[in-house]
Design a protein around this ligand. Sequence first.
Ligand code: PGA
Length: 254
Amino acid sequence: MNKQKRDVVIAGNWKMHKNVNETAALLSAMTTVVADADCKVVLCVPAINIPCAVESVIDSNIAIGAQNCHWEKSGAFTGEISVDMLNAFGVSYSIVGHSERRQYFGETDETVNKRTRACLANGIVPIVCVGENLEERETDVTKAVIKAQLIKALEGVSTNDLKRTIIAYEPVWAIGTGKTASSDQAQEVCCYIRTLLSENFCPVCAQSVAILYGGSMNAANAKELLSMADIDGGLIGGASLKPEDFGAIVAAAK
Ligand code: PGA
């Protein structure tokens, strides 16, 4: 399948930004700037703001996503949010395994796999994040790191579910640093991810999986990154908090 036939997805990750009032105001501005989008637009907001966010985007082309979710339906897991709770609000996407969760909150490849499977079993599209840190890139083990993360994250995922899964390649050294991977560096790893999907899971589905790049994507560099053969969209942090910038990235996805 060629790139033109794959879904293009521009997803924002608001991280721990904005209270409920700021969420409503920012989403009101966002609905305007992305009204003519030619791609899927998702904004992953802090869990406590999901009810307000879902309400704020009614009648728009923005889907609301979560930034994380637990694999159990309910139980003694203080501080966690279940997929069932997300379903109750009609949330259709969740980021899974973001490097900040891995780095600061003990997320492992195994828990990423459990979250991914729970999402898929409950109609939520997981945006599964993989990426190497600076030391790993400098010691030339990027591909080995990506391979280990990806294969474990998708263990036990059926080919049908794989087609609905989104993979985000986010080099840790590029997140929030202003240091974007070059379009060639990003393409090389996104292409490698598609090869891994093809060799280890399903050659046909690998062609339809949306693979996003994330890490300091902005209004200025989006067009070039999004023009690469295996980059089907972006996972945007900082720039997804600025309507003008986010709107420009969405426009660049045309
Ligand atoms: P950034 O964040 O765009 O601010 O680098 C990306 C992310 O963490 O998903």
